[in-house]
Structures are given as structure tokens and as C-alpha cells.
Design a protein around this ligand. Sequence first.
Ligand SMILES: Cc1cc2nc3c(=O)[nH]c(=O)nc-3n(C[C@H](O)[C@H](O)[C@H](O)COP(=O)(O)O)c2cc1C
Ligand code: SF4
Length: 431
Amino acid sequence: MAIFVKGVIFEGVDTTAPDCWHIDAYMARGGYQALKKILDNKMPQEDVIAEVKNSGLRGRGGAGFPTGLKWSFMPRSFPGDKYVVCNTDEGEPGTFKDRDILLYNPHALIEGMIIAGYAMGCKAGYNYIHGEIFEAYELFEAALDEARKAGFLGQNILGTDFSFDLFAHHGYGAYICGEETALLESLEGKKGQPRFKPPFPASFGLYGKPTTINNTESFASVPFIIRDGGQKFLEAGKPNNGGTKLFSISGHVNRPGNYEIPLGTPFATLLEMAGGMKDGKKLKAVIPGGSSAPVLPGEVMMELTMDYDSIAKAGSMLGSGAVIVMNEDVCMVKALERLAYFYHEESCGQCTPCREGTGWLYKVIHRIANGEGREGDLELLESVGNNMAGRTICALADAAVFPVRSFTKHFRHEFEHLIEHKKSLVDHKWC
Ligand SMILES: Cc1cc2nc3c(=O)[nH]c(=O)nc-3n(C[C@H](O)[C@H](O)[C@H](O)COP(=O)(O)O)c2cc1C
Ligand code: SF4
């Protein structure tokens, strides 16, 4: 995917140049200066964490949890091994940004993870990479080799007493392996199923040791924060929503792709950058943060800015930054049917409400979409959803319920029409 507008991660990266990912190109852009700054100045670990806290960086994997705060949860005086783990599982429908970081600027991630290892006293880190992106995996391995040869990884980094190594791990292509504790299980060689929390990974993570897990984009933002200062990162976005962020835009726009823009940018501006609506069609709906984020009507989105607080206030989530744009030809019942099928397929099956509920949701939506809906089906969907959300080991069940609730709330008339007339309000051009 092309990257169209650039912020703290992709600034200066010529993604059309085949060698843009190499260490020489990265260092020519100021790469590894942040690590050198820390090591040359023997920066205390707590100062590194404080800088990340000051930056207002919020986790780019979905929940938007403050990264610096998460780092501060790692037990400082733990006597044994501790780990940092990067989540490049990227299985959320609509999201395709992390693979571009690996393909075009992998050393930003490597440097960010080394800094994280330093700040939290870890000797090893792992990057768990989605099972279907082989090219990105191989390229990341090659970048790791370059970093090792340059002395940025391994024993006594740049002649100091800090040692840290980093390894890539190929995932298995299951969406659930992106959930942090399922990822840890999978990394340990077991079936990728989420663990009960607590205990949280900060106390019981990889191999039962304290572990911090962050998204690829979160780690890749760190070198800028340390090199140029947390304040500058914060100012690149808006208060409580620091920095620039990658948005993966897909759907009915003229120029789908990744856009790295300041948090707080109006959605209308982002849509314009993406070339506007394809074929001049009307904007109907937007899923602003990946398939599990509640859908919002187009007219609501046009008034919002792209940041965590603004999207949450409107009743949705910025999530992973995957913006799915739908035009007037989309039958919202059909669209929801597709999403419901995905969650049903991807449930790991451990919890009864999720295993049975996702199947139930799909079956009811499927029959409505196919002109076999019954009176009371919308109430049934609500009741099944209420018995799933918040009652399971992990958030996949919630992720399955949010689209159902929001589609049936904002586009209820389409569901009602299909149940009553056995025919979609929209001529099914989209499907
Ligand atoms: C079902 C499910 C799938 C997830 N998939 C991903 C993923 O592919 N990538 C990711 O970074 N986070 C994913 N997450 C969120 C992670 O559990 C975790 O919160 C995140 O990696 C933390 O990184 P961050 O704080 O930097 O955002 C998923 C969560 C759930 C419940
Ligand atoms: S909520 Fe679903 S995906 Fe998550 S652990 Fe339970 S069954 Fe598995």
C-alpha cells in the first residue's frame, strides 16, 4: 500500500526507493540517534519512561492505552528475565499499516523496541508477525541482521553494559492471536487462546515473566519521542492525543492507502486526502477504527476530528485507525452480515457466550439479509449481544457485539424494511 502523507514515522522515507528500509537510509534520516542519546548520556530508565509519558503517546493497537503508563507498570526490581513483545499480528479487518512499517521503515520499530528494552530492564524482545505477510517477515529478519552487525543489538550495545537482542516470530494467521495474551500463548508454542486476566502480562507474561506488549506503530513512534522530545511529539497531535497516527483507509474512496497525519485532523480533510468519494457517490457510513469499532453515519463523521477523544465522544472508537468508508449503495444489513461471519469464524471457542453468541448473531443477521427475517429478530440480536458483552475472557465478544449494536441503531430502518418486505432498501450493488 502506498503511504500518502507522512508524520513522525514516515517523514523522509521515500517508499518508492527499494533501499528505503536499509539501515544506511534509516541512519541518514537520523535513525539510531535516540538510542545513542540514551546510552551516551546514561539516561536513567525512569527518565526515558517519563519522556514517553509526556509525549501523550497512546497505544496504536486498538485500546489507546497510554504507552508510558504501561511501561511504568513493569516491576523495576524483578530479579529474573523480563520481556518486551511487539504485536504485528494486525488481523483487524481494514487495518494494513503495521506491515508497511516493516516493509519501509523496520529500523524505527527495532530502535523503538531497543529503547523499550532499556527503559524496562529487558534483555530480550520478540516481534510476533502475522502469519500471512511473508515478505514483511523476511525483510524484518534482514533488518535485524543489519542492526546486529551495526552493534545496535546483542551484547554490550555500543560498548556499554546494556545488552539486548530481538527476534522475529512468525504467527499463524488467526485474528485471536492479536489479543495480547493469546499472542503470548502462541509465542510460547501453544494454541493461541487468551488467558484470564488478572494476572496481567506486566506481572505474568511471556514464560510467566513480566512482559510489556505494544503495537508496532506504538514502538515505532518512540525514537522520535526520545530524539526530538515528548513535547514535540505531543504538539504534533492534540492534548491527550499526542503525535501523528497512521490511518488505513479502505472502501469507496478514490485513493485507498495509509495516511500518517496529526491526531485531531478533521475526518473531512482525511477523506479529501484520500481523493474523496469514488464515482462522486454519497458518503453513507464510516467505521472509524477497524471492524470492531461502532459504525457512524457519514454526516456524523463529517463533523468529527480523527483522535481518540473526539471519536469516543461520538460513540465509537479510533481503535487501530482503520477507516472503512461506505457509500450510498451499501446495504448495511449485508455489510453487518459479513462482519458477523468474521467474528463467528474467529472466536477461539473458550467461552460459551462468545462461541455460541457469535454464531447466533451471524445466523440471525444472515436470515434477515436473505429475506427470511422474523418479527422480534432485532430484539433477539439485542438480547444475545447483552449476554455476550463484558462476560468473556477477552474482548473479541465485545468486538462482535459493537458492530451489531451500532448498525441496528443507526440504520435500523434498513433492518426493519428487510424483515417486513423481504427485500433490501438498497439495490445490492455493493455485495
Ligand atoms: C481479538 C483481539 C485482537 C487484537 N488484535 C490486535 C492486533 O492485531 N494488533 C495489535 O496491536 N493489537 C491487537 N489487539 C490489542 C492487544 O490485545 C493489545 O491491547 C495491544 O497489542 C497493546 O498494544 P498498544 O498498547 O501499543 O496498543 C487485539 C485485541 C483483541 C481483543
Ligand atoms: S471471548 Fe471469544 S475469542 Fe475471547 S477467549 Fe472467549 S471464546 Fe475466545
